[in-house]
Write a protein that binds this ligand. Structure first.
Ligand code: LLP
Length: 432
């Protein structure tokens, strides 16, 4: 389910016409649906009601303060990967005691900051990191709660750039070495061995890889609980979402069709994993990002030019790969729909941005409704790994972001003024 739909021929986010947002805030513009965020979070929470669980929203997928606040208000915890993300969570009203700090390269100052703020766990990815956390904790005269990330060496069957749970990847510690690592970590006086963590990849669209990983790690986590008194087991994030065309059929049909296409639902995920997890008697942490935020956002863009070359049609729009890099980086598919539907012919076109790179496209040779310069398009499912991966390439400002709830809309990130892009730069003294 999501809450973008047509009413008449106009695209709406919940009760707000996207055109009215364009008039007020311009383009490129990210639009988020709070109701979608809420329902996604709740669907997962309800499906997992049978186990003691904590959902830690993966902040990296969408770190806008308003998104974080919406989730904090629902009781969500957060999966963070930098001191900056922890500061954001705190600024948004989230609770550090419900935060898990992941990542292979935590610095001393990040560790110190998180420790002072009472983080729930550091998910450590190497022995040198455990030693560093121990040292910082000793200096602060504290015990640091830690979990070690196990690499279960299972294939997540997703895009190679977002697979993380095989021995080809830099993440975690090999399954076979974990018990030795816990035994050594137990001798470090300032560590509190609180849990075990894993994460096998992102945009996983079937339950089997999750189930395989949980089955493999279960005996290990049971032994570690016995020996070291672990309190939690984090099974990571990675639940995939539907990116394929869906809007035309309406939200309800879309949800049914996602199940029909074999796409994972929270109910299936919970039904298959809960029976494996329950007997462990541990708190279960989840780190979903995309599942909660992915379908909750879209990127609105204006067609600046329609260009016909000998062989192709190009719709040149005012958003670019600096705003949404997923198509360029992962060949990712984002559905593209008109903000105002018109009856009429279809064309085959590439939708491209103004950046000077051939990779600056949102789709290639895709059948689209015929459109003209001045029309607006929406790129769907742009709530996760979209605005957060934006850059200032070509000295392009970061786009504005709007949150919608029912009939209300609010600017939750102002468009970046162009001068802010070089505000930290200066001429070298010898150039003056
Ligand atoms: N936990 C850990 C340790 C992670 O590394 C990630 C994502 C998550 C949780 C959340 O995964 P999710 O539930 O969102 O799949 N930029 C890529 C995705 C990178 C994912 C990185 N790690 C994309 O645009 O597809």
């Amino acid at each position: 389910m999501h809450h973008f739909h047509y009413s008449g021929n106009r695209l709406y986010c919940e009760g707000v016409a996207v055109e009215s947002l364009i008039r007020k805030y311009g383009t490129p513009l990210y639009v988020y649906s709070q109701r979608t965020l809420t329902e996604r979070y709740q669907a997962l929470a309800q499906a997992l009601a049978g186990v003691d669980s904590l959902i830690c929203f993966a902040v990296k997928s969408n770190s806008n303060l308003a998104v974080l606040r919406a989730l904090a208000d629902l009781g969500s915890g957060f999966d963070i990967v930098s001191g900056g993300e922890l500061e954001r969570v705190i600024a948004a009203g989230g609770d550090p005691r419900r935060c898990a700090f992941a990542g292979v390269g935590k610095t001393e100052s990040e560790i110190e900051f998180a420790l002072r703020r009472g983080i729930y766990t550091f998910n450590a990815e190497s022995e040198p990191e455990l030693e560093r956390i121990n040292r910082v904790a000793a200096r602060l005269k504290r015990r640091a709660p830690v979990a070690v990330r196990v690499n279960p060496n299972v294939e997540a069957r997703t895009h190679k750039k977002i697979t993380t749970g095989t021995y080809e990847n830099k993440f975690g510690i090999a399954f076979e070495q974990i018990e030795g690592v816990y035994a050594r970590a137990a001798r470090l006086k300032h560590l509190w061995l609180r849990g075990l963590q894993m994460h096998i990849g992102s945009q996983i669209t079937e339950v089997a890889p999750f189930e395989q990983a949980v089955r493999k790690v279960r005996p290990l986590v049971a032994r570690l609980k016995e020996r070291h008194g672990l309190e939690f087991f984090s099974i990571g994030g990675g639940l995939g979402i539907v990116y394929q065309p869906a809007l035309a059929s309406g939200p309800a049909a879309w949800w049914r069709s996602s199940a029909a296409r074999g796409m994972i639902t929270p109910q299936q995920y919970a039904a298959r994993l809960q029976p494996l997890l329950q007997p462990l008697g541990l708190k279960i942490l989840l780190e979903p990002g995309r599942f909660i935020s992915g379908n909750a956002g879209l990127l609105v863009t204006r067609i600046e030019y329609v260009k016909r070359t000998g062989r192709k049609n190009f719709l040149i729009v005012d958003a670019a790969m600096n705003d949404l890099i997923r198509p360029a980086f992962y060949e990712a598919y984002h559905e593209i729909v008109p903000v105002r539907r018109r009856a009429g012919a279809q064309i085959r076109a590439d939708v491209v941005g103004p950046i000077c790179e051939s990779g600056d496209f949102f789709c290639q040779d895709r059948p689209l409704p015929k459109a003209e310069a001045g029309d607006y398009l929406a790129l769907l499912s742009a709530g996760a790994y979209a605005s957060v991966m934006a850059s200032n390439y070509n000295t392009r400002s970061l786009a504005a972001e709007v949150m919608v709830k029912g009939r209300q809309a609010a600017l939750v990130r102002a468009r970046q003024p162009v001068k802010a892009i070089w505000a930290g730069e200066q001429i070298a003294p010898w150039q003056r």
